[in-house]
Design a protein around this ligand. Sequence first.
Ligand code: KMH
Ligand code: ZN
Length: 311
Amino acid sequence: MPRKKPPVVITCAITGAIHTPTMSDALPYTPEDIAAQAIAASEAGAAILHLHARRPQDGGVTIDPEAFAAFLPRIRQSTDAVVNISTGGSLTNSIDERIAPALRFSPEMCSLNMGSMNFSFHPLARRYDTWKFDWERDYVARSDGNIFRNTFADIENAANQLAPHAIKFEHECYDVGHLYNLRFCMDIGLFKAPVFIQFIFGILGGIGPEVDNLVFMKRTADRLFGDDYRWSVLGAGGAQMPLATTASQMGGNVRVGLEDSLLIARGKLAESNAQQVAKIRRIIEDLGSEVATPGQAREILGLKGADRVGF
Ligand code: KMH
Ligand code: ZN
């Protein structure tokens, strides 16, 4: 008898810090809409909700803990899904400012970006003649000057400050070198096995969204971490569904959501985060695998439990 495949953990990244309101009416930015879309995504099958905050008045990016306070309790009241708070939601703030929401709310998970890099989405600026809000055009067009800073000192600082909270990290790895950075950090005792790695493909500045690269990342991670890691895949833009499907068949977990892609199919905008979750869930189940419940995700990733969060 073939061994039963482990259930696939779906993460949904609800709003992020790349896309802007002009690009899709579905992109949530008020606390009400972020909460409603997060709850709907969990009902559709997402076990983990990866969350950023936005300014309610114009959809701008914010990492102010107060902005998180406006939606976290609502999400907690209405769903059992694991809450994962981003620590990467600003390219201009220091690591101390970026980890402030995770320090304040002590979620079960938070993101941790594993290397410094160019991080750009400026080609998107050419697609729009008019913009809903004043800040958007410059924010997008000037991302060609972004340096996403995640030095070893930043990573160590974040790991040390967050250690008392027993938060599981979503280690965001945008290129093969980031896997080596993570291995180094494990060797100096910053992170305990099993670590959870998000392989990221298709961000301008990181590795491209080809299946060859997924196989290469996975093979490199196998060599570096052996059994000491769990993994998931995030493909940006049109690579989202194809790479998530491939990862689910390679024994990995998947991440979807409007943070990473605004599309539901080639050339067609998604109506909501839940629509993307429902689509990848259907694909996974059609191909004979199961989707993990939040409880199964907690077990697979060794999380502290929803009763130990601070919101
Ligand atoms: N936006 C994704 C490509 C974070 O929040 O720390 C990466 C991300 C970073 O999710
Ligand atoms: Zn994010």
